[in-house]
Design a protein around this ligand. Structure first.
Ligand code: URA
Length: 238
């Protein structure tokens, strides 16, 4: 059944009907790719309504950038009663789940969403989303270790894809340690820990400050923010 445009936008949960009218009048709304500025224009269910070029169906889904603290599991429930990432979103009226995972003792950027298509897109190995990790390791990477990481180290019977490696800091002394930045595309279980273990430098502490073009800027551990429609759109096209 055809509906009035402002009602369709409001029903998608983006904004109120009044604000939807303002969006239409401001020329920010299109139907099937054509700008519509007339209030009350009727649209059919099969037609694509977009605000600022982002389809409203996509806008009605929710994706959050979460700064996962250490000591929280990347799941929506836990048999052992440990705190989960979903606990942080308990007050929101929709069910979000993590895109990929970070270990219990890893902190950093984790996306939370109810958008299954987006999650599948980002987790598909073909799409090679770059993830940046910073690890404190025991010992220091020598030339051979760096070369191995850059060309693809063997972990658990398979060869990891080549990583970008940057040494951020070296602490010499009785117990040498290093802060290492690794950029990888894969997301196997314990991937970074296994890669660094394989070259003789076990991980003591791990965080993920960056996922694709997104960073933790402005957030403290345990805080989150909703992604903008433009950011979600950019992730969809990675
Ligand atoms: N690699 C790991 O080893 N742990 C994480 O949490 C993420 C990547």
């Amino acid at each position: 059944m055809a509906e009035r445009l402002q009602k369709v936008i409001a029903a998608a949960g983006i904004t109120s009907r009044r604000k939807a009218e303002q969006l239409i009048l401001a020329g920010r709304v299109s139907v099937d790719g054509k700008k519509v500025t007339t209030l009350g224009t009727k649209v059919e269910p099969h037609q694509e309504v977009a605000v600022d070029d982002v389809p409203i169906k996509a806008q009605a889904l929710h994706t959050y950038l979460f700064y996962k603290p250490r000591g929280v599991i990347s799941a929506v429930s836990d048999n052992h009663g440990r705190r989960t990432v979903a606990d942080y979103f308990a007050d929101l009226p929709y069910r979000l789940y993590p895109i990929g995972r970070l270990d219990y003792d890893t902190s950093g950027l984790l996306l939370m969403t109810d958008d299954g298509d987006l999650a599948n897109h980002l987790m598909h190995p073909r799409n090679e989303v770059p993830k940046v990790y910073v690890a404190k390791v025991e010992g220091a990477l020598n030339g051979a270790a760096i070369h191995a990481l850059k060309t693809g180290v063997q972990i658990k019977g398979h060869k990891a894809s080549p990583a970008k490696v940057k040494i951020l800091k070296t602490k010499q002394g009785h117990r040498t340690s290093q802060i290492v930045q690794l950029t990888i595309h894969e997301g196997h279980y314990h991937q970074v820990k296994l890669m660094l273990q394989a070259v003789g430098c076990p991980v003591q502490k791990l965080s993920r400050p960056r996922y694709a073009f997104l960073t933790l800027q402005g957030l403290s551990a345990g805080q989150y923010r909703e992604l903008t429609p433009q950011e979600v759109d950019k992730l969809r096209h990675l």
